[in-house]
Design a protein around this ligand. Structure first.
Ligand code: ADP
Ligand code: ZN
Ligand code: MG
Length: 487
């Protein structure tokens, strides 16, 4: 039976706030440090004292231009700030400085899995403070450290058609701002926040339905769950003959449900007007050009290059380029690898290296082993000097050294000192094979009578006798040779 849900399609547009990674606030010199004690990063400007004047942080403009260029936006040469007026205890000025009808970036685009998602606009604004209600039963506290912290808001076109696409878009956007080094991407600390707009319509309709906006989405998973719930709720309303009302919803992560927050304030309620205390932002050609020239390689470009240059499967290239640091580490390993054995480098970085990063919850800069030493280890394997098993042992020894600069970390040194070099000397292995066959006459007899599956047993015994250092392939060949010569 075809479910009623399949008649509908969802339409989703996302508004993402990203905190910029500047040292100081948007319009004063106060620190943006997240870990500071409440109300210590404040000054007369961000507290909104009368007679003070804001001064724009140039880095904020530079950062938003980076993202604007990376998302193919049209950059407005002259843009201005506007005051967004509302009252709240965590907003001492009584307004937020934002951009309204003249945002600096507009009409951009990004791609997820080959599909284009339009970027309506990206603008600059400042954060408000934080009200804390749960430290005491009868008091509410206000922390103004975040007042004036620089944010950008990225508004998408209603181009997404499923919660999965919304999730992929958010993941891609986070990767992009982190690559550009303009945002730390930390969702727990609120560096990335998302509001999701969603409506439903019968498939094939070309007009949009009435949308609801879901707020308080503090993880991408929550965003996807909230959208799934909201899509279902809206379809069921329509199927019951009712109408979707334009509402702002909140998401309860425990029950994975949405509930109405307050009726949507219309834009004119904010009484936006041009900010009189700040001058026009002028983004000239020269500035844009120098930013474009110093842009890091973007994630999707890097992925495509990895596939081509290192001859990697798409999956490997995507995993390796997820984080810029890991990608750089991988390339550094590759520059020291012999025989163009890039797939082996990929396997090691995706496997052992990333496992350590995940287990220890560290980033690649804190990873213990230098790319040069990892490359040497991989080279020892591919040159047949050590077996894979020995390599694991050497790798663990490398992890136990004091760090990348420690010369005891060099795998050649460890192999030599622990006498782990693979024995490829045929005469030596032949000797062991002979001894093992002599020591196991019953098994040897059975083998000769046709029980060839006993080969594995002999290989195992020879490997053991050689303390794991014999090359297994050579061992195999020499056992077969020994038996064939004896028959
Ligand atoms: P508002 O007037 O409520 O601020 P906007 O037109 O500015 O609405 O759009 C805000 C966000 O909502 C954008 O991300 C946009 O893509 C999305 N959006 C607009 N209309 C719809 C709709 N009918 N269904 C889903 N999303 C929508
Ligand atoms: Zn300040
Ligand atoms: Mg709007």
């Amino acid at each position: 039976m075809r479910s009623v849900y399949e008649k509908y399609e969802s339409v989703i547009g996302l508004e993402v706030h990203a905190q910029m990674k500047t040292k100081s606030k948007a319009f004063c010199l106060c620190s943006t440090d997240y870990s500071s004690a409440p109300n210590t990063n404040v000054c007369p400007v961000c507290l909104g004292h009368p007679g003070t004047l804001p001064v724009l942080n140039k880095k904020l403009v530079e950062y938003i231009l980076k993202l604007g260029i990376a998302t193919d936006c049209k950059i407005r040469k002259r843009s201005i700030f506007a005051r967004k007026n509302y009252f709240y205890p965590d907003l001492p000025k009584g307004y937020q400085i934002s951009q309204f009808d003249q945002p600096i970036c507009e009409h951009g685009r990004v791609e997820i899995e080959g599909k284009v998602i339009g970027i309506t606009r990206i603008h600059m604004e400042e954060d408000a403070g934080k009200s804390i209600h749960d430290l005491s039963t009868d008091e509410s506290l206000v922390d103004l450290n975040r007042c004036g912290v620089p944010l950008i808001e990225i508004v998408s076109e209603p181009d997404m058609r499923s919660s999965k696409e919304a999730y992929d878009y958010l993941t891609m956007l986070k990767q992009l701002v982190v690559y550009l080094d303009i945002c730390d991407g930390n969702m727990e600390e609120g560096s990335l926040r998302c509001d999701a707009n969603v409506s439903v319509r019968i498939k094939g309709n070309d007009t949009f339905g009435t949308k609801c906006e879901v707020k308080n989405l503090n993880s991408f998973r929550n965003a996807a769950d909230a959208l799934d719930y909201e899509i279902k709720r809206q379809i069921e309303l329509i199927e019951a003959g009712e109408e979707v009302t334009h509402q702002t919803m909140s998401f309860d992560a425990k029950t994975k449900t949405t509930y109405p927050m307050r009726s949507k304030e219309e834009a004119h309620d904010y009484r936006y007007f041009p900010e009189p205390d700040l001058v026009t932002v002028y983004a000239d050609e020269e500035w844009k050009k120098s930013i474009a020239e110093n842009m890091p390689e973007l994630p999707h470009v890097k992925t495509a290059r990895f596939i081509k240059q290192y001859n990697l499967p798409k999956y490997d290239a995507e995993v390796l380029t997820q984080h810029r640091g890991v990608a750089e580490y991988f390339e550094s390993v590759c520059s020291n690898i012999s025989n163009k054995n890039f797939k082996a480098a990929s396997n090691w970085v995706m496997g052992e290296v990333m496992r350590v990063l995940n287990d220890k919850k560290i980033n690649i800069d804190e990873y213990h082993i230098s790319s040069k030493n990892l490359a040497s280890l991989i080279n020892l394997i591919s040159e047949g000097k050590i077996s894979n098993n020995t390599a694991k042992e050497v790798y663990n020894e490398m992890l136990n050294t004091s760090g990348r600069e420690d010369e005891n970390q060099e795998p050649e040194k460890i192999v030599k000192e622990k006498n782990l070099m693979q024995v490829t000397d045929t005469a030596e292995i032949e000797g062991i094979v002979k001894k093992v066959i002599e020591d196991n006459p019953k098994e040897a007899e059975r083998y000769r009578l046709g029980e060839t599956k006993l080969l594995g047993l002999f290989v195992g015994k020879v490997m053991k006798e050689s303390k794991g250092k014999a090359n297994p392939k050579t061992v195999n060949e020499l056992i077969l040779k020994a038996f064939s010569e004896q028959i």
